[in-house]
Design a protein around this ligand. Structure first.
Ligand SMILES: *[C@@H]1O[C@H](CO)[C@@H](O)[C@H](O)[C@H]1NC(C)=O
Ligand SMILES: *[C@@H]1O[C@H](CO)[C@@H](O)[C@H](O)[C@H]1NC(C)=O
Ligand SMILES: *[C@@H]1O[C@H](CO)[C@@H](O)[C@H](O)[C@H]1NC(C)=O
Ligand SMILES: *[C@@H]1O[C@H](CO)[C@@H](O)[C@H](O)[C@H]1NC(C)=O
Length: 762
C-alpha cells in the first residue's frame, strides 16, 4: 500500500478533516491511463489539478474528457474499472434528416472519414453539397444539402442541418422556423430564423454539436473575422491623422471593446502567456483598421484583474502602445483560484454605467459595445451571469424590447477548453447574425486564429460594404449606401450617359453599348464622388468591350440589334481611394465575394450562384438617376421555368422578327419586369440606367449579379426615375455568372500594374 492510497483512505474516513488539517492528500495514478492516447496534469497529483485527456486526430476521449483532483484525494469523475478510459472515433451528427432526397450509404452512425452522397427525388433540385465527408472535428464538410422545389415563397427552403429537427414549413415573409438538436447534441447558432422581405432568413444556419465537436482556427477566424471586420469597417472614419490613426470615429458611433480572459485554475502559466499574446494580436489586427476603439481588458478568476481601464480613454488619449505594454507586463502570479464569470460581466456592466453617466442618455446612444469573453464556462462561484447579461442588454437597448438597437451590442463567447459548459455559455451570446459562439479545443489555437484575420493593409477594402443606418435620404447618405455607383458620360460621336459600377479601385464595369466604334478613352468621363468637394471626374486610361459583343451579329437571323455579351470594363487613369464614399461592389466568383457571403473553406462559383440566385423569383435591384443622386429600382429575376415565360416577351421588342426568343435572349441574360401576379410590380429600366449594376444585398455587403442591357418597351423617355413595368414589358440584363472568363482575364490579371482580384478556381 503506498502512502497516497492510505491518505485517501484516511480522508474517506475522516471526511472534511482532510481539508481542515491540511493533510496532503494527493490523487493517484491508478486507473487513469487511457488506451490509445495520453493525458496532461495542470498541477501534478495535487488537489485542484486538472487532468486533460488527449487522443489522436479523429478520436476523442471517452467516457470523460477531464478529471479534477478533489481535496479528498480522489478524482472527479472517478475512474471506473468496468468502463476503461479510451479513445473513441469521432462521430458526426446524423445527416438522415434531409427531406425529399436520399442519403447514401445509409448508416446508423457516421464516423470521421465516412463519406456520404445526397440525391433529390425527381422534381426537386439540390442546393448545397452533393457529397460530404465527416471531418475529424465532428462536422460535415461543405454545406447542408437541401432538396426543394419552387413554392413561389419569398425565402428559399432553409433546410435542416444534420442532427437537427425543424418546425415550420412556410417560407413567406415573417414566417418563422425553429430548430432543435437531437439528444446528446446541443445547438449552436440561431435557434429561430425569420423570413425577411429581402428573401433572406435572419441569423445563421444553426449546427448541432457533440461534446467532442470543435471549430477549427480557420473556421473561427473566418466567422469572427468577418463579423468584426464588418463592425470595424462600417465605423471607419475619413478623418485620419498622419499615421492612419483616427481621433474621432465617424458619426455612426463610438466603439467600446471589452475583453475578459478566464485565468482560473484550469489554465496553466504557459497557456496564460499564449492567451495574453493572442489578445495583443487581436488588438493589433483591430488597429490596422482606421478605427480606434476604447478598450477595457480584464483577466479574471474568482477576482477581476484590471489590465486596461476603459475610463482612462475618456480622461485622456490612451496610446495603443500603452495598451499593449500593459498587457505584456501583466503576470498571473498566484491569482488563479476559482472562476467567477458573473463578476467579469458585472465589471463590464459597471463600466458601461459609468460611461452612460458621463455621456448622458443621448450621448450614450452613440456607443457600440462589443464584449469578447474567453472561458471554458466552468464557473463555480458568483452564480450564473445570465441576469447580468439581461441588464446589460436593457441598458444598451434603452428598454427591454427595443431590439432595433441590437446593432449596438455584441457579446462573443470563445468557449475554450477540454470540457466546455456549453449550456451555460451559449445563452450568453448576443448580437445579429448568429456567429457569436466559438468552441475551441485549446487556447494555443487562439493566436493562430487571430493571426489569420486579414488586416486592412492586406485588403483593398471589403467589397460591397456599405452604410445603411441613415434614415435621411440626402445625397451624402445615398453615396454611402451605394459607394460603388459611377456615372459614365460619353461625349464622343454619339453622346450618351450610362451607369457603371466600381469593381476594383482601378476598374468600372458597364455595358458595351455605351460605346460607339470610334470612341477613344478621352471621350469617356467617369464620375465618382470619393469625398465631399473632391474632384468628381476621373480620367479614363482605357476601355475594353467584351470580344464577343457585336450588335449586327444576328441581323440576318431577324434580330436587328443583338446585345449578347453587352459588357465593358473601363480602366481609370488613377485608382480610387477606398472610403465610405467609394468602395468596389462584389462581383461573382471572387474570393472576396465568398468572404462576403461567409462561405467557409474552399468555395466555388456554383455555391455563390446557388446562394444568390436560389428562388424562381429572385429579388434584385438596380439604380436610376434621381435627385438626390440615385433611387433604387426593385425587380424580380425570373429563374428556372419562370425564365422561359419571361423571355417570350422579347418577341414584342421592335426590331425583332424571330419566333424563338432564345435567339435574342441567350442564356447570358437575366429577365425582369412584368406584374408578378399584381403583388410585386417590377420597376422597368430607363435609357440612362444602361450599364448599371443589377445587385443584391447580403447583410451589409452588396454583390453585383448583372448589368442593365436592354428592354422591350421604352416607358420612360421623358421621365427618368422610378417607372413601373406594364404587364408586357421586360428588361434583360447580362448575367455576370456567365461572363467570368472576360472579367477574370482583365480583373484577375496579375501581370499588370494594378492589384488583381482573386478569382475562384472553379
Ligand atoms: C465509417 O467509419 C467507420 C469507423 O472508422 C468504419 O469502420 C466504417 O467502415 C466506415 N464506413 C464506411 C462506409 O466507410
Ligand atoms: C475631422 O473631424 C473634425 C471634428 O469632427 C472636423 O471638424 C473636420 O472637418 C474633419 N476633417 C475631415 C477632413 O473630415
Ligand atoms: C428604439 O431604438 C431606436 C434606435 O435607437 C430609437 O430610435 C427608438 O426611439 C427606440 N424605441 C423605443 C420604444 O425606445
Ligand atoms: C435597326 O438598328 C439600327 C441601328 O443598328 C437602327 O438605326 C434601326 O432603327 C433599327 N431598325 C429597327 C426596325 O429597329
Amino acid at each position: 500500500m503506498d502512502s497516497s492510497v492510505s491518505c485517501s483512505w484516511v480522508a474517506a474516513l475522516l471526511g472534511l478533516l482532510c481539508l481542515g488539517l491540511e493533510v496532503r492528500c494527493d490523487c493517484t495514478m491508478a486507473s487513469i491511463d487511457m488506451e490509445g492516447g495520453d493525458y496532461t496534469l495542470t498541477k501534478d497529483l495535487l488537489k485542484g489539478s486538472l487532468l486533460v485527456y488527449r487522443c489522436p486526430e479523429g478520436y476523442y476521449p471517452y467516457p470523460t474528457l477531464t478529471r479534477v483532483c478533489q481535496p479528498s484525494g480522489s478524482w472527479r469523475p472517478l475512474p471506473k474499472k468496468f468502463l476503461p478510459q479510451r479513445c473513441k472515433r469521432v462521430e458526426c451528427p446524423d445527416p438522415n434528416v434531409m427531406e425529399n432526397g436520399d442519403i447514401s450509404p445509409p448508416q446508423e452512425r457516421y464516423f470521421a472519414d465516412n463519406e456520404t452522397n445526397y440525391e433529390c427525388y425527381s422534381g426537386y433540385t439540390l442546393r448545397g453539397s452533393s457529397k460530404r465527408t465527416c471531418l475529424p472535428n465532428g462536422k460535415w464538410s461543405g454545406s447542408t444539402p437541401i432538396c426543394s422545389r419552387d413554392s413561389g415563397d419569398t425565402c428559399a427552403d432553409p433546410g435542416i442541418p444534420p442532427g437537427a429537427s425543424r418546425t415550420g414549413n412556410m417560407f413567406g415573409i415573417d414566417d418563422k422556423v425553429t430548430y432543435s438538436c437531437n439528444s446528446n447534441l446541443f445547438l449552436v447558432g440561431s435557434k429561430e430564423r425569420v423570413c425577411q422581405e429581402s428573401g433572406q432568413w435572419t441569423g445563421k444556419e444553426p449546427a448541432c454539436y457533440y461534446k467532442h465537436t470543435y471549430d477549427t482556427p480557420n473556421e473561427v477566424s473566418q466567422a469572427f473575422g468577418s463579423a468584426i471586420k464588418e463592425s470595424l469597417t462600417t465605423m471607419e472614419s475619413l478623418n485620419d491623422t498622419q499615421e492612419g490613426r483616427v481621433i474621432r470615429i465617424s458619426k455612426s458611433g463610438i466603439l467600446n471593446i471589452y475583453i475578459a480572459v478566464d485565468i482560473s485554475e484550469s489554465i496553466k502559466e504557459e497557456q496564460f502567456k499564449q492567451a495574453r499574446d493572442a489578445m495583443i494580436k487581436l488588438i493589433q489586427k483591430i488597429a490596422s483598421f482606421s478605427v480606434s476603439p476604447n478598450y477595457e481588458i480584464i483577466f479574471f478568476s474568482s477576482e477581476v484583474y484590471e489590465v486596461v481601464n476603459i475610463l482612462d480613454f475618456f480622461d485622456s488619449k490612451v496610446e495603443l502602445t500603452k495598451v499593449i505594454e500593459d498587457l505584456e507586463k501583466f503576470e498571473v502570479g498566484d491569482k488563479n483560484t476559482g472562476t467567477d464569470l458573473n463578476l467579469a460581466f458585472v465589471r463590464f456592466e459597471e463600466q458601461m454605467a459609468f460611461i452612460k453617466e458621463r455621456a448622458g442618455l443621448e450621448g450614450f446612444k452613440e456607443y457600440r459595445h462589443v464584449l469578447i469573453m474567453f472561458t471554458d464556462g466552468a464557473y463555480n462561484m458568483g452564480g450564473s451571469p445570465k441576469p447580468t447579461v439581461e441588464r446589460i442588454k436593457n441598458m444598451v437597448y434603452m428598454n427591454p424590447q427595443n431590439v432595433s438597437r441590437d446593432e449596438f451590442l455584441d457579446i462573443y463567447v470563445f468557449a475554450i477548453g477540454a470540457d466546455i459548459f456549453d449550456d451555460d455559455l451559449h445563452p450568453l451570446t448576443v448580437g445579429k447574425g448568429g456567429d457569436h459562439y466559438f468552441r475551441m479545443k485549446d487556447i494555443q489555437e487562439l493566436g493562430e486564429t487571430f493571426d489569420k484575420i486579414i488586416d486592412q493593409t492586406e485588403v483593398v477594402g471589403l467589397c460591397g460594404l456599405h452604410l445603411d443606418y441613415e434614415i435621411t435620404e440626402d445625397k451624402e447618405s445615398k453615396r454611402k449606401k451605394y459607394p460603388w455607383f459611377a456615372s459614365i458620360i460619353n461625349v464622343g460621336q454619339h453622346p450618351k450617359t450610362c451607369i457603371g459600377s466600381l469593381v476594383s479601385p482601378d476598374f468600372v464595369l458597364t455595358a458595351a453599348h455605351c460605346f460607339s466604334p470610334k470612341d477613344e478613352p478621352k471621350d469617356i468621363i467617369v464620375e465618382i464622388e470619393e469625398e465631399n468637394n473632391a474632384k468628381r471626374a476621373k480620367k479614363v486610361k482605357d476601355f475594353k468591350l467584351h470580344p464577343d459583343y457585336n450588335i449586327y451579329l444576328k441581323r440576318a437571323q431577324g434580330v436587328n440589334e443583338s446585345y449578347d455579351y453587352d459588357l465593358a470594363l473601363i480602366q481609370l487613369e488613377d485608382p480610387i481611394k477606398i472610403s465610405v464614399n467609394a468602395r468596389p461592389i462584389c462581383i461573382p466568383c471572387t474570393q472576396e465575394t465568398s468572404d462576403a457571403l461567409q462561405l467557409v473553406g474552399e468555395s466555388t462559383c456554383k455555391q455563390q450562384e446557388q446562394l444568390l440566385l436560389k428562388n424562381q423569383r429572385e429579388r434584385l435591384s438596380f439604380l436610376t438617376r434621381k435627385t438626390p443622386l440615385v433611387a433604387e429600382k426593385v425587380v424580380y429575376a425570373k429563374l428556372g421555368e419562370s425564365r422561359n415565360i419571361c423571355i417570350q416577351k422579347a418577341l414584342l421588342a421592335p426590331g425583332i422578327s424571330v419566333t424563338d426568343p432564345k435567339i435574342a435572349v441567350t442564356d447570358n441574360f437575366l429577365c425582369t419586369g412584368g406584374y408578378n401576379g399584381g403583388e410585386h410590380r417590377d420597376h422597368i429600366s430607363c435609357t440612362g440606367d444602361s450599364g448599371g449594376a443589377v445587385f443584391k444585398n447580403y447583410k451589409l455587403r452588396t454583390i453585383q449579379i448583372g448589368v442593365v442591357s436592354w428592354g422591350t418597351h421604352l416607358l420612360c423617355e421623358t421621365n427618368d426615375g422610378l417607372i413601373e413595368s406594364i404587364a408586357e414589358s421586360r428588361d434583360f440584363h447580362i448575367n455576370l455568372f456567365k461572363m467570368i472568363p472576360f472579367l477574370k482575364g482583365i480583373l484577375g490579371d496579375d501581370t499588370k500594374d494594378y492589384a488583381p482580384l482573386k478569382f475562384l478556381n472553379s
